[in-house]
Ligand binder design. Sequence first.
Ligand code: PAF
Length: 285
Amino acid sequence: MSDPTPLLRFTAVAPLRAEVAAWRLAGERVVLVPTMGALHAGHVALMARARSLGRRVVASIFVNPTQFGPNEDYSRYPRDTAADLARLAEAGVDAAYLPEVSGMYPEHFATRIEVGGLTEGLCGAYRPGHFSGVATVVTKLLNQVQPDCALFGEKDYQQLLVIRRAVRDLDLPVEILGVPTLREADGLALSSRNRYLAPEERSRAPRLHAVLTEIAAGLAAGADAGPLIERGRAALAAAGFEPVQYLEVRDAETLAPVERATRPARVLAAAYLGRTRLIDNVAVG
Ligand code: PAF
């Protein structure tokens, strides 16, 4: 195997910006992949996509406290920086950006980005403040790194739309690209939180994707959303998902509720298996 590209490592903004500015001066396109670490094959696929889009790839690793609610898993969120850095080096990433919480949110920090509309339902209804935390940290990361393009996984579909909205509304000079969800062979979407699943829960987890796919197929065949959702909820309950926070069909761009798939639509769900909250979504058609 050839030697991996040496991975630069930054925790402060100024030297990272200087490096990125030098790349851009040399005409090199810079792609940012923001992550919270606990990197898995899905992230590696994001890095590979990033490499196909630009000469230089920066990956950030920052478990952002402001996007976790008080009863969520911030303190137990998996952290393994050494393994993450090894994965980034192997994936040919040029620079890892690992800001400190105190650098990202210094004393007297008082600004938040609120995106209206898109954040009101789905995960937004169950995770108050979450998308504001995401929009704020992503805006900061984009300003700090100043890439030409940034990649986000479609698994967090609402997040992707919220970020697109914020970037457009704030005229940030960056292209936002969504990357299709990478799945295990049995359909389970790759997620850092899958490692919380007990073996018996892991064996039931792919049912979430199966139900979403069944609903999408029904809609594509012209059926109404209501009865499909009802059947899907029953199937998830039978597979042990409890509670099912939402199982909905939404417009793929506006996230407005959809009864019939006359425009591009998305089926989205969030549900618990034991203590683990899983989210997933699929496109209709
Ligand atoms: O999707 C994630 O991992 C996070 O929400 C993100 C975009 C890195 C912001 O903290």
